[in-house]
Design a protein around this ligand. Structure first.
Ligand code: ARG
Length: 572
């Protein structure tokens, strides 16, 4: 079943015309409407939709241009003109109808909202305790939070999970390091800083002193024993201190979770998972460890589920998590927003589930993303050269404050708006790139007010707010408008009218950059509109119609920014 066949109703903006066109075509061509995919015309001015006639012509044994011309003559679509251009059939919505439909929809607070019935788990954020969040976790948080909001706008029931990295052999090492070098006063003053220093020191000294590794392993066995021992109490304390720090960053990024469930949350289920695999005859011993062979699924690397020392692994815990989520939520899709470098891990996870006969295995989806690169290349915690997420956000906020002070010296709350602009700029910069691509971070570009940036969108939104403030009255009611006055303002109308499709595509393809790109085009159209058209001081029906267009622009930009997680201040 395709996602769109689940939409019961609620077609907004241009989608309403698209549906009409597909319906009419389906009837004339005698094919199901679902099979008809409309493109966009290559040239501006050729309308909003196009049907390339090659396929239909082949099926009918005709020449594409001939069929296009015949269809243009025969088709009757209310408020839409059809015209053949070579092998293409182009559709142009009549200006007045376009204005009416788009204004009516784009003024609604639920513009683009759908009513699908799907349950989507979105797992994102997922930092590791006792280490600072780095820019990779920024990407996961920003992309995951945006996808969660977008899917919710499409009507999905969304469950947000933070899969905290709080279990594994490294915490045995941390406990061992604490026992040797831990200092209470330093832990109090800067918990994550001190824990990171211990971790780094452990790795440095372990190179000379192999006995350390053994102590780390023992400590992890103490942890995995499930007993309430000293190791566990230390670990609990490290977890709480870390969570408190993470929360500050999640708050700044506007990310919230329904469940913070670390890897340790699945601890009780791990023996059950191993027994379950055993029962399916999937466990195999290899050099003392236990593996699941994945060659039958075409994957060369087996999945390691239990070490020779008897401890479980990252993959074991992910199996437990997937099974538990399936039992609890019966999800239609479970999205893992995690970097490209874990591709193999998620392929293995799916393959083990498939081998175990879970027919829902393919609902597991790795929503991968590329690295963030600063001048120095990939940053690793082991060597201690981390670029802290907090520092990135602080710096963005500081730089934004300089810009706000310069552009708007009289602003009543420069610090507040600078935080919104700075953090919003970082978020938007991340989301405008196709997620699987690496992102190069350049401060000048991130914060510019007039490139393809967050501040540019925020500024356009604030301009609309200023015009409406200046009008000194609410946005006129749609019922009282003469929308046909806007019939010539097609660029703005189509950009508004395509917003619902952009949200839908961004959700279905797990690609917030589709929405980000659309908002930039919308802002460009909006800027052109208020540059070329006088809004205030025109004859009443004209002023009303243009003011409504500004209201629709403000509403749509505000909604879109909100879905991406970029704050939309009313002045800046
Ligand atoms: N904690 C991991 C990291 O920072 C990411 C966890 C991803 N989620 C998962 N279910 N494996 O790399």
């Amino acid at each position: 079943m395709t996602a769109s066949s689940l939409d019961s109703s609620g077609l907004h903006g241009l989608e309403a015309f698209e549906e009409r066109i597909r319906g009419a075509l389906a009837e004339v061509l005698g094919v199901p409407a679902e099979d008809l995919a409309l493109d966009r015309p290559r040239q501006a001015g050729h309308g909003e939709f196009a049907l390339p006639c090659f396929q239909a012509a082949q099926a009918a044994g005709r020449k594409p241009p001939e069929l296009a011309a015949e269809l243009a003559a025969r088709l009757q679509v209310p408020e839409v003109e059809a015209r053949a251009v070579g092998p293409f059939l182009n559709f142009r919505v009549e200006g007045a109808a376009l204005a009416r439909r788009v204004l009516q929809d784009a003024l609604r607070p639920d513009f683009g909202r759908r009513r699908r019935t799907r349950t989507s788990i979105v797992e994102f954020g997922s930092p590791n305790i006792a280490k600072p969040m780095h820019v990779g976790h920024l990407r996961s948080t920003v992309i995951g939070a945006a996808l969660a909001r977008i899917l919710e706008h499409l009507g999905h029931r969304v469950v947000r999970i933070n899969h905290l990295g709080d279990w594994g052999a490294q915490f045995g090492k941390l406990v061992a390091a604490w026992r040797r070098w831990g200092q209470e006063d330093r832990l109090e003053a800067d918990p994550i800083g001190h824990l990171l220093a211990l971790y780094v020191r452990f790795h440095e000294e372990a190179e000379e002193n192999p006995g350390l590794e053994e102590q780390g392993r023992q400590a992890f066995q103490e942890l995995e024993s499930g007993e309430d021992n000293e190791a566990r109490r230390l670990w609990q304390r490290f977890t709480e201190l870390s969570l408190r720090e993470f929360q500050k960053t999640f708050d700044r990024l506007g990310a919230r979770f329904d469940h913070v469930r670390g890897e340790s949350w699945y601890e009780d289920r791990l023996p059950g998972v191993l027994a379950w695999l055993e029962g399916k005859d999937l466990l195999q011993q290899s050099e003392g460890a236990w593996i699941v062979d994945l060659e039958p699924e075409g994957i060369q690397t087996p999945c390691l589920v239990k070490t020779a020392h008897g401890t479980t692994l990252y993959a074991t815990r992910d199996l437990a998590a997937a099974l538990s989520r399936w039992e609890e939520f019966a999800f239609d899709e479970c999205l893992y927003v995690v970097g490209n470098e874990q591709k193999l891990h998620f392929e293995q996870l799916r393959a083990v589930l498939r081998r175990a006969g879970c027919d829902w295995a393919d609902r597991i989806e790795h929503v991968a993303f590329g690295l963030v690169r600063f001048a120095e290349g990939k940053l690793s915690t082991r060597k201690g050269r981390v670029l802290l997420l907090k520092e990135v956000l602080d710096r963005a906020s500081e730089l934004a404050l300089e810009i706000v002070r310069e552009k708007n010296p009289g602003h009543p709350d420069p610090e507040g708006v600078a935080e919104q602009v700075g953090v919003g700029a970082v978020i938007f910069h991340d989301l405008k790139h196709q997620r699987t691509k690496d992102v190069v971070f350049d401060w000048k570009e991130v914060l510019s007010f007039d490139g393809d940036t967050g501040p540019y969108l925020q500024y356009t939104h604030a301009r609309c707010c200023a015009i409406l403030r200046k009008a000194g009255r609410p946005v006129p009611d749609f019922a009282a408008l003469r929308p046909e006055i806007l019939a010539e303002d097609r660029e703005l109308l189509t950009a508004l009218g395509r917003f619902p499709a952009a949200v839908r595509e961004a959700g279905d393809r797990r690609e917030p950059s589709i929405l980000a790109g659309h908002l930039l085009r919308l802002a460009n159209a909006g800027n052109a509109f208020y540059r070329d058209r006088r809004v205030l001081g025109e004859e009443p029906p004209v002023e009303d119609a243009r003011l409504a267009a500004i209201g629709a622009l403000r509403n749509t930009l505000g909604l879109g920014l909100g879905l991406l997680g970029v704050p939309a201040p009313e002045s800046m």
